[in-house]
Design a protein around this ligand. Structure first.
Ligand code: NAI
Length: 262
């Protein structure tokens, strides 16, 4: 690595970065020249993904097992990143869970778990990197929120509450950091073709008796383009926000949702 680093020859952290949208983001950042710490819960999946990405891109790709909702584990995980790679310039808060249930069947444990991962996890990870970003006068924080952060969907109160909260966090922290060289934005995908949606489709089919094809069509119908979003399309929006030339874009929540009205 030279002293004259180009915009992307820096260190990135992607939470939930070994599958779905996160995997597309990790890969995009590595292809642009980043060394990437890929965080997630599943050690085998992380190791396999990181090995493959490292040989594809010749970058350092570091697997880090962590539950982002656990404060001690998060502190330890970012300590490993700092020791092995250095201080991150890019933090992509992507890890998330999206269980669906009617409001009165949402128990407190589920509520706390969703808030813990989708909102508190972002709070914890961001606190780990922000001081060094401010010191370096260089940082990009991108939160993978959701259209569920901008509008309501039935049977997902915990998820919608967490993602609305995440957009609030994004807007507030963006204003707090305007003079620091750090930007804070959210991308808000509509229904995207990942395992998370595959699980939702299975659950809809099991609960309603519809076929999987009918359940996919129902989700895709939210998108005026009539399709699921490709994870790569979300990754491209994240990469754009990470560019040096995107420095004036902060506090934004950018929908990647085929024109779905919020
Ligand atoms: P996914 O289920 O394929 O991936 C989620 C990743 O987060 C997994 O790698 C998982 O291991 C990780 N993760 C979950 N809980 C974690 C925890 N406690 N600690 C560390 N890692 C954890 O899901 P997908 O679809 O790729 O979702 C990525 C993000 O995009 C999520 O925040 C999700 O809410 C958001 N999103 C997804 C949409 C979709 O339709 N797939 C639509 C809008 C937003």
């Amino acid at each position: 690595m030279t002293d004259q680093k180009t915009s992307f020859e820096k260190i990135a952290v992607v939470t939930g970065g070994a599958r779905g949208i996160g995997a597309a983001i990790s890969r995009g950042l590595a292809l642009q020249g980043c060394d990437v710490a890929v965080m997630g819960r599943n050690k085998e999946q992380l190791s396999a993904f990181c090995q493959e990405l490292s040989s594809e891109t010749q970058r350092k790709i570091l697997p880090v097992v962590v539950d982002v909702s656990d404060p001690e584990a998060v502190a330890k995980a970012f300590g490993i990143v700092s020791d092995e790679l250095g201080a991150p310039t890019f933090l992509i808060n992507n890890a998330g869970i999206a269980p669906a249930a009617p409001f009165m069947k949402t128990d407190l444990a589920t509520w706390n778990k969703v808030l813990g991962v989708d909102l508190t996890g972002v709070f914890l990870c961001t606190q780990q990197v922000l001081p060094a970003m401010i010191k370096a006068k260089d940082g990009r924080i991108v939160n993978v929120a959701s259209t569920a952060g901008l509008k309501g969907y039935a049977y997902t109160t915990a998820y919608c509450a967490a993602k609305h909260g995440l957009i609030g966090l994004t807007r507030s922290l963006a204003l707090e950091t305007t003079k620091t060289g750090v930007t804070v934005n959210a991308v808000c995908p509509g229904f995207t073709d990942t395992e998370l949606v595959a699980e939702a489709v299975q659950s809809i089919a099991a609960k309603t008796g519809r076929t999987s094809e009918e359940a996919v069509a129902e989700l895709a119908a939210n998108n005026p383009q009539g399709r699921l979003i490709d994870p790569q399309e979300v990754a491209e929006a994240v990469l754009w926000l990470c560019q040096e030339s995107s420095g004036s874009i902060t506090g934004q929540s950018i929908a990647v949702a085929g024109g779905e009205v919020m």
